[in-house]
Design a protein around this ligand. Structure first.
Ligand SMILES: Nc1ncnc2c1ncn2[C@@H]1O[C@H](COP(=O)(O)OP(=O)(O)OP(=O)(O)O)[C@@H](O)[C@H]1O
Ligand SMILES: [Mg+2]
Length: 266
């Protein structure tokens, strides 16, 4: 399902112009990371994908639907959004009910709901925590519940707002696994992240925002290689990329595999 954003401007009622003419197309099945300094407009941008915010001018189309002409409930069938803070999202008394809420709301039959919930719990490694109250879980696991409750909706597009913030290495690896599984299923995954290594290891396309505009948009290696431009939005390329550059590698590297391959060529 294609995402088309054309000349999107958005001004908050208080008068802050958060998005100043953003255009991009995201094809079905793409995995995109969005980076950029605090206040660059990342969250404001992704909140336009499911109609939580509507353009002040310009347009956002999801699979051809103009978000202004669709109710949020209908867009929720196409775009799942995991909030940066899971506590804004979770409200049920146990994990299973929480994860079942979305698909039940879609009025699917009981077996379908069960199978979606089971699958989302397995993907997020929560199958042994179904009876637990999300608030009795650590923040790390609460994050997984927030992911599961969106994955269970089986939308074509998933948006994760800072999924790795405050997570330990183990859970970051779990989240990377979830993203890999979603990729294999052909889902579009858009992830906002400040974790540049996570970005480099898991995404083929990177979009850098700065002050409400697109600063860079392209293949991960091309974007992460632009050290000076990224610095203007306070993003440092991954250590490996910088080291590769200092070692004089011909190509930009971002993963350990690429680094080792480039080292052998030298
Ligand atoms: N509810 C709001 N009312 C008024 N201004 C807002 C509101 N939410 C965000 N802003 C402003 O809009 C701009 C973009 O904010 P946004 O939250 O989209 O940035 P961000 O890139 O997600 O930042 P962060 O990395 O800190 O999450 C900032 O100047 C911010 O202060
Ligand atoms: Mg944000």
């Amino acid at each position: 399902m294609k995402i088309e954003i054309r000349d999107l401007h958005f001004t908050y009622p208080a008068g802050v112009e958060a998005l100043c003419g953003i255009s991009m197309t995201i094809e079905s099945g793409e995995q995109v990371a969005i980076v950029g300094q605090n206040g660059a407009g990342k969250t404001t941008l992704v909140k336009h994908l499911n109609g939580l915010l509507l353009p002040t001018s310009g347009e956002v189309r999801i699979g051809g639907w103009d978000t202004r002409s669709q109710p949020v409930a209908k867009l929720a069938r196409r775009v799942g959004y995991v909030f940066q803070n899971p506590d804004e999202q979770l409200f049920s008394k146990n994990v299973e009910t929480e994860v079942a809420f979305g698909p039940r709301n879609l009025k699917l039959d009981k077996e379908q709901v069960q199978s979606l919930v089971k699958d989302a719990l397995a993907m997020t490694e929560l199958s042994d925590k179904t009876e637990t109250n999300p608030y009795d879980l650590s923040p790390t696991w609460r994050k997984m519940v927030a992911l599961a409750s969106v994955i269970s909706m089986d939308t074509d597009i998933l948006v994760f707002d800072e999924p790795t913030t405050g997570q330990d290495a183990m859970n970051i690896a779990r989240i990377a696994n979830v993203i890999r599984t979603l990729r294999q299923r052909g889902k579009t995954v858009i992830t906002i992240t400040h974790d540049i290594d996570f970005c480099a290891e898991n995404f083929e396309r990177v979009i850098a925002l700065s002050q409400g505009k697109v600063l860079l948009d392209g293949k991960a290696n091309e974007v992460l290689g632009q050290e000076e431009i990224l610095a203007t939005t306070y993003v440092d390329p991954p250590q490996l990329t910088r080291l590769g550059k200092r070692l004089g590698f011909k190509n930009i590297v971002r993963t350990q595999e690429e680094f080792l391959a480039a080292l052998k060529l030298k």
